[in-house]
Design a protein around this ligand. Structure first.
Ligand code: FES
Ligand SMILES: [Fe+2]
Length: 376
């Protein structure tokens, strides 16, 4: 039987029980992660190789919603280009012209075809080479065999996944639930770089043990400290961060309980993506490793399921997004960068993740196994 995350009602009941019993979900072991894994070039090279051999979230499907809409970005240092074809299929290609390798597109946009900026070779949305400028200069070059080279691509649960090389495992796709519905739209996309290892940045959202200490004036007035439900399915996990107002539901009949506005679900999609379901929007973060100590955030903000396209609904989503952006997340980013600075010394041989940090332990257990299974 396919394992599923708990229903809203089950989650709310569990949260109310945790409040009554002053408990939280606990993992089954304390994990010691060597700090060398956050600062070693050798380890980083292995991680990039792993990123080529696992299904990786490239972008939300909503980012390439229309025919001809595209987005370019690097995955494991490799420039790739995703585009929705005339047949409605999303394809991802190496972003490298078949003449002399120039990138065909950068950023995002919509186009009927890709024309290389260097010598104007033109490609269709399906990657086929349509035209060679100055055809007589290339008499024996067949158009057919010079289309863009595809990367394995599949859309699942509202996300576009790519796998560059022979996969080591089914990774995040193993029992992945549908996470983003087709009616949700991207209303904001931004990227920026932080000076911290990609794992440290992701770890900040995988536990609620730091809510009172780090987010004392931001999240803590609305949420609980160290009171979370942590579920794991396959390689992914989901952490529930309840709001204090969830206690209002005690007065309401259970059949009318809704999680909306009462808690935040944060799903960690192995290895480097997370989806947060916030009060009036969804936030998808993809953490792209740039170097051992730098990572690029790709942040997508989406309207919630079932919301109308009205200005009013969009304003609600934007307001919610700016609250999250301006407050707690900055504190998490600063914490990650502070940890990274400390890695230059010998203050720690390992980091210790306790039983409250169960989702992080799940992540490292899986990552360690995969890295050990790589032959590089
Ligand atoms: S490199 Fe693209 S046309 Fe020359
Ligand atoms: Fe945090």
């Amino acid at each position: 039987m396919v394992k599923k995350f708990l229903s809203d009602q089950e989650v709310i009941q569990k949260v109310l029980d945790q409040i009554d019993n002053k408990t939280t979900d606990l993992g089954d072991e304390v994990w010691r992660e060597p700090v060398v894994n956050y600062r070693s070039e050798q380890r980083f090279v292995r991680e990039l190789e792993l990123f080529k051999r696992l299904p990786i979230v490239f972008c939300p499907s909503a980012m390439v919603r229309e025919k001809g809409s595209y987005i370019a970005r690097n995955v494991a240092g490799v420039p790739l280009l995703a585009v929705r074809g005339q047949d409605n299929i999303v394809r991802v290609f190496y972003n490298s012209c078949r003449h002399r390798g120039m990138m065909l597109a950068e950023g995002t946009g919509t186009t009927p075809k890709f024309v290389c900026p260097y010598h104007a070779w033109a490609y269709g949305l399906d990657g086929e080479l349509l035209n060679i400028a100055g055809r007589e200069g290339f008499p024996d070059v067949e158009l057919k065999s010079h289309g863009l080279v595809k990367v394995k691509t599949e859309e699942k649960g509202g996300l576009v996944f790519i796998t560059q090389k022979e996969p080591l495992s089914s990774g995040a796709l193993d029992q992945l639930p549908d996470l983003i519905s087709p009616d949700q739209k991207v209303f904001d996309y931004s990227t920026f770089i932080d000076t911290a290892n990609w794992k440290i940045l992701l770890e900040t959202a995988m536990e609620g043990y730091h809510i009172r200490a780090l987010h004392n004036k931001t999240f803590y007035p609305y949420g609980f400290d160290n009171l979370n439900i942590v579920e794991t399915i396959g390689m992914n996990s989901r952490i529930v961060f309840p709001f204090r107002r969830i206690e209002k539901l005690r007065k309401i009949s259970k059949k009318n309980w809704r999680a909306d506005g009462m808690l935040t679900y944060v799903t960690q999609i192995y290895p480097n993506t997370r989806l947060s379901i916030l009060s009036n929007h969804y936030q998808l973060v993809i953490m792209e490793p740039i170097s051992v100590e730098a990572s690029q955030w790709h942040v997508y903000r989406l309207t919630p399921p079932g919301s109308s396209s009205s200005e009013h609904d969009l304003e609600k989503s934007k307001k919610d997004a700016s609250f999250v952006k301006d407050t707690g997340v900055e504190e998490d980013r600063d914490a990650a960068c502070s940890i990274q600075k400390g890695l230059s010394g010998d203050g720690n041989t390992h980091f210790t993740f306790g039983k409250f940090e169960k989702a992080i332990v799940h992540f490292h257990r899986q990552l360690t196994e995969h890295i050990n299974n790589l032959c590089v």
